[in-house]
Design a protein around this ligand. Structure first.
Ligand SMILES: Cc1ncc(COP(=O)(O)O)c(C=O)c1O
Length: 372
């Protein structure tokens, strides 16, 4: 690579350039058609995404956080969840999952994950179960499938609702089933950096439960079941037509993009050889991994990060401070000891990995890391 090399952590312009001119044409078509909400693209995207994920119902919504809130609120409206119910949730995650739970009046119970899978296992979930536990949110973090039959059977035996947070793993699978079709309901995010990224905020709820689907649809439209009739005190959490149109351009290429991510992840796993790095576990069936993020652990994280920056390589940290250490949760989550989560947050570093990253760029990153 040339001395003035710069490799951004994520090159969204390059990622979306691959969908031109269709992407721009789809946006222009919406502008010219004059239907900006609840139109043909939203309806078709719901059908196409349902066929892809394998659920009977898809509700296109404003973003992934709102999708989670709508599911929780839907269960409240149905009397299946109540304020102050406890919900098990992985401790090492993005804040949105915690926010959705708290904003619906429930209590998140953070569960420590494993170090190389970044996901809680069944014994950890069992230890966190309390008398007020009513649901479990499985987050397919970084793209790795968090579901297992054993977890589902246990959740079922305890009468827990199984909710998937599929924000980071659209396209991942457990056996032949897509994540997002494994639990009672799932939330998806199409935030621009996600594996299936829109041109702004967007998200979806998927479920096979017709009552929940009808309730969520109403809740996302101000709570209305028909125009100017309100069954619930709902929200305005709809997806824009322009986002649905963009997602329809990109969805047919998602599997190809995820395969490219898997190829790049396999190259990192094979070639990174620095002794101070702990690499993520490779994917192994029946669990899939869409490699939304490729994260390594090292005690010298800050030194590695600045060394790579000096070589023109941008990295990221997902995430620097865990939810239970955030000021927002200072009183609600005080007293939790989550040593694995805290270690991950101290040591984790995300390396560039996206479908527009070239093998030449990746080879340079690998050479720099091994030389560090
Ligand atoms: C694990 C997880 N859950 C939920 C969300 C929320 O999605 P959104 O940003 O679309 O609200 C995100 C993403 O940003 C996420 O990474």
């Amino acid at each position: 690579m040339k001395p003035d090399t710069y490799i951004p952590f994520l090159d969204l312009k390059a990622v979306n350039q691959r969908f031109e001119p269709q992407l721009s044409q789809s946006a222009l078509q919406v502008v010219r058609a004059g239907q900006y909400l609840v139109g043909e693209h939203t309806e078709k995207f719901e059908q196409e995404f349902g066929a892809y994920i394998g659920t009977r119902h898809v509700l296109a919504v404003s973003n992934g956080t709102n999708a989670l809130e709508l599911i929780l609120r839907g269960y409240r409206e149905q009397g299946l969840l109540q304020p102050n119910d406890e919900i098990l949730v992985p401790a090492n995650t993005f804040i949105a999952t915690f926010l959705a739970i708290v904003n619906q009046g429930m209590v998140p119970v953070p569960v420590d994950p494993g170090l190389q899978t970044f996901l809680p296992d069944l014994p950890a979930l069992k230890r966190s179960l309390g008398t007020k536990t009513k649901a479990l949110v499985l987050i397919h973090l970084y793209g790795r499938t968090a579901y297992s039959e054993a977890i589902a059977e246990w959740a079922n035996s305890q009468g827990l609702l199984l909710i998937e947070d599929n924000a980071q793993a659209v396209g991942s699978q457990w056996n032949a089933k897509k994540t997002g079709s494994l639990g009672h309901a799932a939330a998806h995010s199409f935030y621009p950096t996600k594996n299936l990224g829109a041109l702004g905020d967007a998200g979806a709820v998927t479920t096979d439960d017709p009552e929940l689907a009808a309730c969520v649809r109403a809740l996302a439209h101000y709570g209305s079941t028909e125009k100017y009739r309100y069954a619930y005190t709902g929200f305005n959490f709809r997806m824009d037509e322009i986002q649905a149109a963009a997602l329809r351009v990109k969805l047919p290429h998602l599997d190809r993009d995820n395969q490219q991510r898997a190829l790049l992840a396999a190259r990192y796993l094979e070639r990174l050889s620095h002794p101070d790095l702990l690499l993520p576990e490779p994917e192994s069936r029946p669990f899939y991994h869409t490699w939304h993020l490729f994260t390594v652990l090292t005690e010298q994280r800050d030194s590695l990060r600045s060394y790579l920056a000096s070589q023109g390589i941008e990295t990221a940290i997902h995430y620097p401070v865990p939810p239970h250490r955030q000021p927002a949760f200072a009183s609600l989550l005080q007293g939790y000891q989550l040593p694995v989560t805290e270690k991950i947050h101290r040591q984790t570093l995300s390396l560039p990995l996206h479908p527009a990253l070239s093998e030449e760029q990746q080879d340079y990153i690998i050479t720099c890391i091994n030389r560090w």
